[in-house]
Design a protein. Sequence first.
Length: 282
Amino acid sequence: MTDVTHEAAPKAADQANPAHGPVPAPASTPAPMIEARDVHKRFGALEVLKGASLSLNAGEVLAIIGPSGSGKSTFLRCLNHLETIDRGRINIKGETLVHTPPAGVCVYAPEAQRKRICARMGMVFQHFNLFPHMTVLENVIAPPMTVKGRKRAEILPEAQALLNKVGLWDKRDNYPSHISGGQKQRVAIARALAMQPEIMLFDEPTSALDPELTGEVLRTMRELADEHMTMLVVTHEMAFAREVANTVAFMDQGEIVESASAAEFFKHPQRQRTRAFLENVL
């Protein structure tokens, strides 16, 4: 018997697309903006991260919640190389920042590549970290001038737009000591955005603020989410996590215990540790 399968297949393909040749392969799925796998970090005898893993896609907001001391801030700092990891892999927009080969010793990307990868991320800290000797405007202008070598005249219109975005152009000539904590944090957000990041990392951005000042910072973050900025937010603000985040992850004792869409996470938490935490904070 003659096997005709291999002869018939090309003819079928030709008939399916006779004018334009072979059907193109489907487009590949974009790489996550952040992909962390099995991240471990130890400070001396204290194991802070015990195999934390998560991924974040472009345009999404992921909120990490959990008790104090669970490793949330350390995890965030590892993502942009403010801390080095002991084991695991971190990819940023498909590029490997660090991986662990079979030998078990972490290998980071070469310095130039590492700096380029980390430049994709802007970070807002708990305690603002503004330059006290610079005005609000200079705090926003200085990083792109210093790090990227850009000209002041080129940056100034962008700085004005950013300070208008966070509602602080009228405070441009003030020093940090003369503005409120909420205003300082909004300046910190504008400063991070001035570096034109593709991803924004927020490390408990409202934890150092009085309750009445928290709302103005969260409003700014909501606006960024509405503009589809990719955001990873460590927060104790459950309302923000519920209403703004696409995905919520619960972290405890150095591990990502559970993650799900915000609606599913708060309505139907799967793990007992998650349920116990939510019962205490909601």
